[in-house]
Design a binder for this molecule. Sequence first.
Ligand SMILES: C[S@@+](CC[C@H](N)C(=O)[O-])C[C@H]1O[C@@H](n2cnc3c(N)ncnc32)[C@H](O)[C@@H]1O
Length: 314
Amino acid sequence: MRSALYGPGGFYVRPGGPGPAGHFRTSVHASGLYAGAVARLLRWVDGELGHPRRLDLVDVGAGRGELLAGVLAALEPEVAARVRPYAVERAERPEGLDPRIQWAAEPPGGVTGLLFANEWLDNVPLDVAQDGRYVLVAADGTESPGDPVEGADLAWLERWWPGGDRAEIGRPRDEAWAAAVAGLERGLAVAVDYAHTRGARPPWGTLTGFRAGREVRPVPDGSCDVTAHVALDACAGPGSVLLTQREALSALGVSGSRPPLALASTDPAAYVRALSSAGEAAELTARGGLGDFGWLVQPVGIRAWRPADAPAPA
Ligand SMILES: C[S@@+](CC[C@H](N)C(=O)[O-])C[C@H]1O[C@@H](n2cnc3c(N)ncnc32)[C@H](O)[C@@H]1O
């Protein structure tokens, strides 16, 4: 998984590739409403931090920087002027990106603000275990049993994924998340992803592939994305809150309700805009879709954000 995604010629780092948006649709690509919601969350963090002179916004696994650009555009100039946007990404900086956005392969330290990671952790490579053994995989995707799982991996399985015939050992995601959060001095860290929790792990795991918008066999040859859902409860550090995307976004003002029909006659253009925005909101919050994603909200030195703390609409 590591070499297929990030090794030489890897799926995510191949120069000139279309980027994640060319292969699958994340919330970031689905609608600008998503960046608007993150902007609203950033305003809340700003308030909790007492409106610091420098407000950091770190996007881990930033793709082509689309979310950062969207958040900057959604903020009022007074706030945007204080924001230091930072993309953490293994792929190269795309041409034409807003020059305010810094680009680096590793998360920065000393962050004061919001660290956000949309669909990052599901691409952090992991091992798969079946019947107590590691699963080995050849470059054509053929699987065979390897050594018995032991040590820290076995301890992780016993604690977080007991009893499954086939399980995805989430330890590297826990570690990646903890390392990213360690760079946060004060503020909020949020990871959003396909997720499951201990009471409901998928019995056969979730390892799969995506190519050009289609789900495909997860062949680790660099031709497709290789991904597995995230045990977000195992990643959660002290004071964390776990929510669904539906809960989080509706508190951040993303609503799928249709505009009143009366608007159609008083202001038809506004009605059409509101209708299309309601359609996008419905996609972001859909049951059986993006709305089921997990939001792990982890505070450092401030309180955790909860839907009841939703800031008023800007
Ligand atoms: C599924 S894409 C998500 C892109 C974007 N956040 C979005 O939601 O549209 C995952 C991205 O994470 C990046 N990535 C994965 N592991 C990383 C790491 N350890 N450091 C930096 N970037 C990483 C990949 O290169 C890829 O661009």
